[in-house]
Unconditional design. Structure first.
Length: 319
């Protein structure tokens, strides 16, 4: 049975968007995570029990083949904590899909997860690892005490198997989120700072830094409301909106699948229970042969988080 926390999404003046060609299937394997970060729009944590069923994973493999999907982007929670993570990723790899793992690197330091770096390397999985700052105080404030040290140790282990190394073909990308309710700084400048600091202090190499604005939903929204800063943050996003970013938002070529198999235009809409295109709830099994081109995308005021300033998406800044 489908569970939902749906609420009525208020009307928005965000500009309408329609889809381009579908190239990426993003799958939230569940909300189980070894951390409970303050910025988490999923409200993931160690006590969450929601996990995607194997049947839905099999449907996803069928969907990938039918639609000619080029990229499989898995997220969570910590996707590696899903009991079928390895077999699912291995089966997808055999289909010739580019694999992406939105990895909380500290999972590598948890008991029982030493296999993660070698498995990801063997299957040529692009790793997108959270490291919301390159200083310990800021990371531990946002993600919990000791997270920075565990993240550094994990990134070093990823480097040891080839990630971030020239010519390895193993992409290691880091993700920055602001600690305070502000827009991310310029991505190129911050990437240079990250690379210099992490190399000098820890000998860590990586490919790209993705700067992502915090979305005003779920746990981050609760924090903003608690601090009475929601209105201020929404005004910041609206005032910084750039219309040219609309053409590049991730939802134009991606669909997001929740742990129960229902489909959304993006991961953020999934957390707000806004079904695909703003219509009725639809399961992935109903869309195997669907034509997604030019379909309307469900929008809300939170969409300003993707178009503010330099823009923000699962792949970082848009310009």
């Amino acid at each position: 049975m489908r569970t939902t926390t749906a609420t009525t999404v208020p009307a928005t003046d965000f500009p309408p968007i329609r889809r381009d060609a579908l190239h990426t299937l993003q799958m939230n394997l569940g909300y189980l995570c070894n951390l409970a970060c303050t910025h988490c729009h999923v409200e993931a944590g160690p006590k969450r029990t929601e996990l995607m069923g194997r049947e839905t994973m099999d449907t996803a493999l069928e969907f990938i083949q039918a639609q000619g999907i080029r990229n499989l982007d898995v997220t969570g929670g910590s996707p590696e904590m899903h009991p079928h993570f390895r077999e699912f990723m291995a089966e997808a790899k055999r289909l010739g899909v580019h694999l992406m793992d939105r990895c909380n690197p500290t999972i590598i330091e948890e008991p029982g997860y030493a296999w993660v770096p070698r498995f990801l390397a063997d299957h040529e999985v692009e790793v997108i690892a959270s490291l919301p700052c390159y200083t310990a105080d800021n990371v531990d404030t946002q993600r919990g005490k000791g997270v920075f040290d565990a993240s550094i140790a994990a990134l070093q282990k990823l480097n040891d198997v080839g990630y971030g190394q020239p010519g390895s073909g193993l992409a290691l990308n880091l993700v920055y989120n602001p600690v305070s309710p502000t827009l991310p700084p310029p991505q190129d400048t911050l990437e240079s700072d990250y690379k210099r600091f992490l190399d000098d202090k820890f000998g860590i190499a990586f490919d790209n830094l993705f700067t992502i604005a915090n979305m005003p939903i779920k746990r981050y929204a609760h924090m903003l409301l608690r601090e009475k800063r929601m209105g201020e943050y929404m005004a910041l996003l609206r005032d910084a909106h750039r219309s040219e970013n609309v053409a590049s938002v991730m939802c134009r070529g991606l669909i997001s699948v929740g742990w129960q198999g229902y489909v959304y235009d993006c991961d953020f809409n999934q957390m707000l229970d806004m079904p695909l295109g703003g219509g009725d709830a639809v399961h992935l099994s109903e869309l195997i042969d669907a034509d997604f081109a030019r379909r309307a995308i469900a929008i809300g005021d939170h969409c300003y988080g993707c178009t503010a300033g330099q823009g923000s998406s699962c792949g970082g800044a848009l310009n």
